[in-house]
Design a protein around this ligand. Structure first.
Ligand code: DLL
Length: 432
């Protein structure tokens, strides 16, 4: 099912024309209404008149997370506060949070893109949808909530946590859709099993998972454990929240709502726009937002874009899985390591649970890299030989994928800390 066929299946030339008009309007808007943007453009020696085609976007300076911090809380708004009807914020690892303001129209855009996502997952007005993303300043809860209401579904505004109640309501209300982080979904899968309630008594069919990187292997694991189809939902606070992109029934790439959020892929080192299909850093320009439009915002997310038409009929560009964030990349003994690479190895080994933790330290100027991973209950044993063999197997596979030989520590089932929101899977003691 397609929510907005005219847009989602639009001829690509028409989409370009639409994007071009909207880009020009946005550049005018920020130039005239937002001092920091005007200054930046003046410093770069350009005016809105210099942006005539989509290609001219490269003349515009980038915006970064640091800019949002520097102009905290409201200096990047392009509308007076009287037009703002909602504020959200996201706290990073350090310092002040970043703040985003939405006008009424911005909230409508958010609901529209959210509705496209939920419709693509096969959900509709007859479905009950449990939203287990956190509600509050985080955009996950209210974003998914708006999407579910817009398609006419019945929302259970659960928020995260309170796991027993999650399972009880999912069962008693007959939730068909579950929206939460993939790591929390894993946790709920275990809780569902522990509840002793037979799977047939649940109506759950669709997982709406995002807010953190997850691998194809993790999808298979979740689909099997929960007996559902697990779909990706992508988004970030700065751009709007969940709904910037979504998978469709083909589960073959995340369609971006590019009539609202214009994507580019750049080389994270040089800032150059890369040729179609290349892996690089994703950059977005919001081309319809009023409250806080962002020009060429550097997401730090590493991925690639595919402009081929999808078998679902949509022509919108598809984003590959997010490999990680350029700022999440670990450099261990000079080798670049993404937690997602470790995850893909762990999920492929049947004796292991998909729960893991990476611990990095530096002793006598040498990097120490430990991978802690849970062994499945059915395989866990006191037999040293059996465990040693498993350890060797994991080490061998990790060596193959990472080009590094980490210490592997097998831990008891359910001993690693579980997360109810975004998972924390790396402890880098070198930075502490
Ligand atoms: O995580 C918004 C969201 C809520 C998306 C619920 C999906 C579902 P932030 O807290 O600002 O916003 O974090 C944004 O999370 O730049 C990515 O690094 C990561 N991320 C979000 N969705 C995905 C995904 C929300 N589907 C940051 N796959 C982004 C991989 C994701 N990473």
């Amino acid at each position: 099912m397609i929510w907005n066929e005219t847009i989602e299946c639009m001829d690509r030339r028409d989409m370009h024309k639409l994007q071009e008009i909207r880009l020009k309007n946005t550049v005018e808007r920020v130039y005239h209404n937002c001092e920091p943007y005007r200054k930046r453009m003046q410093e770069a020696g350009i005016t809105p008149d210099d942006v005539k085609t989509l290609d001219d976007i490269t003349k515009l300076p980038f915006t970064s997370k640091k800019d949002l911090r520097d102009y905290y809380p409201f200096d990047l708004l392009s509308t007076p506060m009287s037009e703002i009807v909602r504020l959200h914020a996201s706290s990073g690892t350090t310092g002040k949070p970043i703040v985003v303001g939405y006008t009424r129209k911005d909230l409508n855009i958010w609901n529209e893109v959210g509705a496209r996502c939920f419709t693509a997952y096969g959900l509709g007005k007859n479905d009950i949808i449990q939203v287990s993303y956190g509600y509050g300043l985080f955009t996950g809860g209210l974003g998914a909530h708006g999407a579910a209401e817009t398609i006419g579904g019945a929302v259970i505004p659960m928020s995260s946590g309170n796991t027993e109640k999650q399972i009880m309501l999912m069962h008693d209300f007959g939730a068909v859709g579950l929206a939460c982080t993939p790591s929390y979904a894993l946790f709920l899968a275990d809780a569902l099993k522990d509840s002793g309630i037979p799977r047939e008594e649940f109506k759950l069919r669709v997982g709406i998972f995002g807010a953190e990187p997850w691998t194809e292997q993790m999808r298979l694991e979740l689909q099997e454990k929960l007996g559902i189809k697990a779909y990706d939902i992508y988004g970030l606070t700065e751009i709007i929240g969940p709904g910037v992109g979504h998978e469709c029934e083909c589960q073959n790439g995340t369609h971006l709502c590019e009539d609202h959020f214009l994507p580019e892929i750049i080389d994270p080192e040089t800032g150059e726009v890369l040729p179609e299909g290349s892996m690089g850093e994703l950059v977005f320009t919001t081309i319809t937002k009023e409250g806080m439009p962002l020009i060429r915002f550097r997401t730090r997310d590493l991925t690639s874009l595919n402009y081929e038409k999808c078998s679902c009929g949509r022509t919108s560009v598809r984003m590959g899985r997010i490999l990680g964030r350029s700022d999440d990349m670990l450099i261990i003994r000079g080798v670049n390591v993404f937690p997602s690479q470790v995850e893909s190895v762990i999920c492929e080994i049947p004796e292991l649970e998909p729960h893991y933790m990476l611990i990095v330290d530096r002793v006598n100027s040498l990097d120490i890299f430990e991978v802690q991973v849970e062994v499945k209950e059915s395989f866990y044993s006191d037999e040293i030989n059996r465990m040693l063999q498993l350890k060797k197997k994991i080490q061998h596979r990790l060596q193959g994928v990472l080009g590094l030989n980490p210490d592997v520590k097998l831990v008891e089932p359910r001993s690693l800390e579980r997360s109810q929101g975004k998972a924390k899977r790396v402890i880098d003691k070198r930075k502490l």
